[in-house]
Each structure stands twice: as structure tokens, then as C-alpha cells.
Design a protein around this ligand. Structure first.
Ligand code: HEC
Length: 89
């Protein structure tokens, strides 16, 4: 019985930790969904190279009137998406 329970817990926890976006990055994703689509549609993050994002992020943060804090939260999310995309290649 105990073993069975542990197996259930294991089954529940694995897919989550693999698939889900880490908690602190969810905020960056939401910022993007809420603040960045006012003026234009958004392509996927990985459509642009990291070098492009270095220029795009500060410029678009100004346009979206993000605070420095929000901009860095969004930056972490973008970086995470880029890393995930490069792992999948
Ligand atoms: C006030 C309107 C406005 C907001 C808000 C805005 N953008 Fe933009 N965005 C533009 C305009 C205009 C362009 C095209 C001209 C340019 O690059 O300045 C653009 C272009 C882009 C591009 C393409 C850049 C390229 O070099 O091809 C990306 C990517 C982008 N925006 C991402 C974002 C992100 C991420 C946010 C949120 C932080 C955001 N935008 C918020 C107006 C906006």
C-alpha cells in the first residue's frame, strides 16, 4: 500500500516538473501576454535570436512602459524560452 502511494505521487509529480514553466517565470509570461500585444501580435520568443532580443527587449520595454523590475522578469522568461528552444534542436 505504501509503495503504491509513493508510485502515485511519483506519477503525479514527474510530468509537472518536466513540462510546466517554473513558477517565477509565469509572471514574465503573463507580462508578455498582457503588455506586449497591445500594439502587435507576438511571434514565438525563439523566432528571434538572443542577440536580437538584447536589442528588442529594452526598446519594447519602453514602449510597453515596463518598470526595470518587470523588464528583468520578462527577460528571465525570454531567456528560459530561448534555452528551451535550443535544447529541443
Ligand atoms: C506602444 C506599442 C508597442 C508595445 C506596447 C510593444 N511593442 Fe513591440 N513593436 C512595436 C512597433 C511599432 C514595432 C515595429 C517597429 C520597431 O521595431 O520599433 C515593434 C516590433 C517588435 C518586435 C520585432 C522587432 C524586430 O526587430 O523585428 C518584437 C519582437 C516586439 N516588438 C516585441 C515586443 C515585446 C516583447 C513587447 C512587450 C515588452 C512589445 N513588443 C510591446 C510597438 C510596440
Amino acid at each position: 500500500m505504501i509503495v503504491y502511494l509513493f508510485q502515485l505521487l511519483f506519477l503525479w509529480s514527474t510530468p509537472h516538473s518536466v513540462k510546466q514553466i517554473p513558477e517565477d517565470l509565469q509572471r514574465g509570461k503573463r507580462l508578455m501576454e498582457q503588455r506586449c500585444i497591445k500594439c502587435h501580435e507576438l511571434k514565438t520568443v525563439s523566432h528571434y535570436s538572443p542577440e536580437r532580443w538584447e536589442k528588442i527587449l529594452p526598446k519594447m520595454s519602453r514602449k510597453a512602459k515596463l518598470s526595470a523590475q518587470e523588464s528583468s522578469t520578462l527577460g528571465s522568461y525570454i531567456q528560459w524560452e530561448l534555452e528551451r528552444a535550443s535544447r529541443q534542436k
